[in-house]
Design a binder for this molecule. Structure first.
Ligand SMILES: [Ca+2]
Ligand SMILES: [Ca+2]
Length: 264
């Protein structure tokens, strides 16, 4: 066995060699911990008025036996974390559902189409942290399904407004219809998309009480203000369209675009 003394003049040399061999062994025993990797998730869309789901389940910790003990979220980008989960091995729950009454005080009523960034801090059991940002866009619960049929004043326009949360106000506005005529308001539970009087009838005739004959008045408008009923399950979609008695239409009718509303 070769003897290497690294110029040490102490004797015996073997003592020095033994010390050099011990250091790497001790080093392995106190291996440096690594911070976790925070992952705030992909770009997400949420319906205005609905709950948002913060999902950090893509986060991880590279150290064997270590785990992410705390997930913290900063929704209004003020540096203070507003929501958190914490827990011991195998780690904190990475998914957090935030209700509108929890996030509106921080964000205000969300602006549809605006991109929001929510900060995430993931901290492992040794206190090391990593940060990531989730990007969110709030979308309308209403969708424009098209299929208007032009009449005297062009294509009648139907617009839905409201969060579609229980007991919140909801408004359906028809404009650009022929004035002083009759319009048939159709609300359906399913989408029919059937050819009808030169156009397309979008809502199915499957809801009691419809079609509903209403006057367009001198302005060619019909504004319905109501309250969204309670008890409608999340993700439930309804469909709306007006058909207007109008001699300028291909078969004596014009039609509004159809819209759908989906409860958050
Ligand atoms: Ca770690
Ligand atoms: Ca905050």
């Amino acid at each position: 066995m070769p003897t290497v003394c690294f110029g040490a003049r102490r004797s015996p040399c073997s003592t020095v060699i033994a010390s050099l061999l011990v250091f790497p062994v001790l080093g392995a025993g106190v291996a440096a911990q690594s911070p976790p990797v925070a992952d705030a998730g992909d770009f997400s869309f949420f319906v205005t008025g609905g709950a948002i789901t913060l999902d950090a389940s893509g986060s991880s910790d590279p150290d064997a036996g270590d785990f992410i003990e705390t997930f913290e979220w900063d929704l209004d980008d003020d540096g203070n974390f507003d929501f958190s989960t914490t827990g011991g091995a195998p780690g904190a729950d990475p998914v957090l559902v935030i209700q509108p009454n929890e996030y509106i005080p921080l964000l205000g009523v969300p602006v549809e189409g605006l991109v929001y960034g929510f900060g995430l801090r993931a901290t492992d059991s040794t206190g090391l942290s990593d940060f990531d940002t989730a990007m969110f866009v709030f979308t309308s619960p209403w969708a424009d399904l098209g299929n208007s049929l032009a009449g005297t004043n062009g294509a009648p326009l139907l617009v839905g407004e409201g969060t579609l949360l229980a007991d919140d106000p909801v408004t359906l506005s028809l404009t650009s219809a022929l004035d002083n005529t009759t319009a048939f308001f159709i609300a359906g539970l399913t989408q029919l998309d059937a050819p009808f009087k030169g156009g397309v009838l979008v809502p199915n005739l499957d809801l009691a009480g419809f079609p509903l004959a209403l006057p367009t008045g001198p302005l060619g408008e019909i504004i319905i203000n109501s309250t969204w009923p309670a008890g409608i399950p999340s993700g439930f979609t309804t469909y709306y369209q007006y058909w207007v008695i109008d001699p300028a239409g291909p078969v004596g009718f014009s039609a509004s675009n159809a819209i759908s509303g989906t409860t958050p």
